[in-house]
Design a protein around this ligand. Structure first.
Ligand SMILES: [Zn+2]
Length: 200
């Protein structure tokens, strides 16, 4: 690992303050099981409230990270795009997962960012209770804030369990959302670099 150059700067991306009461969550899961006609004290259900509470806590708690940026000394001004970043998130309407891939990139201004940080931004915002549209915008906003780039593009394709496992049962249907900012908001040729070559 190369250490960041001396002129690197970092934006601390922190989750919102959200107190977690694990014991109360376990009781609530046991109550839910009972309300749905299951005995939470029976056999292999005994540990389920703890497992469910811990799984939700993990999936709803964003990990903080440092968005280290460094000077764009060679004045690179073409899009930098990372495709196929996998993510899993929880839908805030059903508490069911939606999962898919994100294509994230930017047209640099004065700053560049390590490529792994583009994946970290996705992972950070995917944790929590999300809707895909908001997730897309939040990723774009964080990149704008950290990089002050000429443009930002985010394309997300995801399958929602609340659509595929219940309700209309559209297994395999993908929902696409996009956020294009700056020069990418109006330049459809540049947008094509994000949308056209995404993984199929
Ligand atoms: Zn849903």
């Amino acid at each position: 690992m190369m250490s960041p150059p001396a002129h690197a700067t970092a934006l601390h991306v922190l989750p919102d303050e959200a107190p977690i009461d694990r014991d109360a969550a376990m009781v609530a899961v046991a109550d839910l099981l009972a309300a749905l006609g299951f005995d939470p004290d029976e056999g292999d259900l005994v540990e389920t409230p703890r497992r469910v509470a811990d799984a939700f806590i993990e999936m709803m708690t964003p990990e903080p990270f440092e968005m280290t940026t460094f000077a764009n000394e060679d004045a690179y001004d073409e899009p930098v795009v990372v495709r196929g970043i996998p993510f899993v998130s929880l839908c805030r309407h059903h508490l069911l997962t939606f999962r898919g891939t994100a294509t994230v990139g930017y047209v640099p201004g004065e700053r560049l960012v390590g490529l792994s940080k583009l994946a970290r931004v996705v992972a950070h915002h995917a944790r929590g209770l999300q809707v895909q549209e908001a997730l897309t915008m939040q990723i774009a906003r964080t990149l704008e804030r950290a990089l002050e780039p000429q443009g930002v593009g985010v394309v997300i394709e995801a399958e929602h369990l609340c659509m595929s496992a219940r309700g209309v049962r559209t297994e395999g249907a993908l929902t696409t959302t996009t956020a294009f900012r700056g020069v990418l908001a109006t330049d459809t040729a540049l947008q094509g670099r994000f949308i056209g070559a995404r993984p199929v």
